[in-house]
Design a protein around this ligand. Sequence first.
Ligand code: PGA
Length: 257
Amino acid sequence: MNAPWPRRPRLVAGNWKMNRTASEGAALAGELRALTAAAPRARIALCPPFTALAAVNAALAGTPLLLGGQNLHAEAAGAWTGEISGSMLAAAGCRFVIVGHSERRHGLGEDDALVARKLKAAQRDGLTPIVCVGETLLEREGDRTAEVLVRQVRACYEGLDADAARATVIAYEPVWAIGTGKVASPAEAADSHRLIRATLDRVVRPGLGAEIAILYGGSVNPGNAASLFASDEIDGALVGGASLEAASFWRIVAAAG
Ligand code: PGA
């Protein structure tokens, strides 16, 4: 059984997406392992592709680095060709699983209802979900950022009790900032984080928003991480491209304190 997830921890998570074979992943994890002697304050998670989980888990043994999956199926088991369940991820050593990433919402047709089911499936199987929310460029330009964030948060958190809600992490990832090199300013990110917290207060319980870690994601790199983390609203980062090299990922981890 996993230790309870602390109140609003700092977390830097690397989302490798569809990159790195098992042996490449083990090599990258090994490089990161060598850097953990520097004992960062932030918690660190790596989310490799499914096929690299076992090798990365072995390479991380004895380090404080945690493992996460990038997706799970909402059902516990059964005839779902090509899918992976939460219990399989947990058995592979995962502590986390990413749900609702925009590449799955927009590229693979996952809607709010499915993301909400995946959040519950992750918790059923003992995983801490990293719940991604964020607006597209069209939605931002149409002044619909608030509407989209409220809808996405509400769909996932309505009906959850405070303990279940607290055992999640949120990643605010504006879609226009993912993989584009266009990072949200710390002020833009902080505005969205405040809105997400206010929505949690309304939907789950007053004061709950202040207890949940909200990461920023979208073109985080060693050059912009410190200014993002300087905001009290930003509890860490979900890092894509810059997590694929040990040196750049570690500089982001170090910036988190
Ligand atoms: P990026 O990806 O850092 O490459 O923009 C972030 C993410 O999609 O989680």
